[in-house]
Design a protein around this ligand. Sequence first.
Ligand code: PMV
Length: 333
Amino acid sequence: MIHKASAIAHPNIAFIKYWGLRDEENRLPANDSISMNIDGLTTRTSVEFDTSLQEDQLSLNGDEITGKSLSRVQKFMDRMRQLADIHLFAYITSENNFPTGAGVASSASGFAALALAGTAALGLDLSSEELSALARFGSGSASRSIPSGFVEWHTDPDTGESYAKSIAPADHWHLVDCIAIFSEDHKPVGSQAGMLLADTSPFQAARLQDSTRRLEICRSAILNKDFAALSAITELDSNMMHAVMMTSKPPLFYWQPGSLALMKAVKEWQSEGLEVTYTLDAGPNVHLICIPNTFDALIERVSAFPGVINVLHGKPGGPAKLVPNEDSGTSPN
Ligand code: PMV
């Protein structure tokens, strides 16, 4: 047994979103999804097992974490302990190179890095597929932060096997994700709780029924580097997920007025010839995907956009990977 290991992982942005579970206990998503890892943003996590500990301890960006967030991580650690049949507790230290509470979800990169560092520290050598399947129990989208670049998370409806695989490497297409931050507050309803309401929306069935078509369009847009096709399907998919959220019982409104204003501005910028598209997760911040030629003009417009308090950006990112225990791995962009 190794005892201590460290790993890094990037968050990802989904072009075809997952929202809803077909099997809560086994964390099987209601639909497959496609995403891109975001290179500029990195979580680095170290896991060190210690015979003297009575329970797992978690520090995030230097702060000791307790309560619900700690329990969620401890539950995930239990799953890894079970796999290895080892019953020791660990110090878990996690750091994001993007500002804490910046409005960028760190659960995907956090649980991907934890899955890799935790299993390595327990002496397990899992394949990328096995790691991805494991990471989804921490956070569904974490399954997509294990493989590299452009990624599809597929569930086999017969076997229940559910993991993400790379469909193209990070250097396949030089897209950039510019994230317009409108709020750094924690959202009142997180995605794990929010998506449990998905089936209460009369639109969820239609969204799911059409998902194979959207996945096919998105996959081939990525493989053919067809920005217009990617743009149309990404916006439709985001709008469809938010339509489900807004029509759930109770309804969930994640947008702020500024989010909608920016989406409308994107439509104007597109008509001027700017190659950019928008997508939003379970929060008010707007991910603007663009090509490098558009980047300078876009950053200038977004930074000056009313209500935007920060803009982060990153190109397509690599897989979760082990790093030396001493290596900081979280150097700023
Ligand atoms: O990873 P989770 O279980 O917190 O869910 C993430 C859901 C969305 O970000 C809204 C969509 C997605 O596919 O990333």
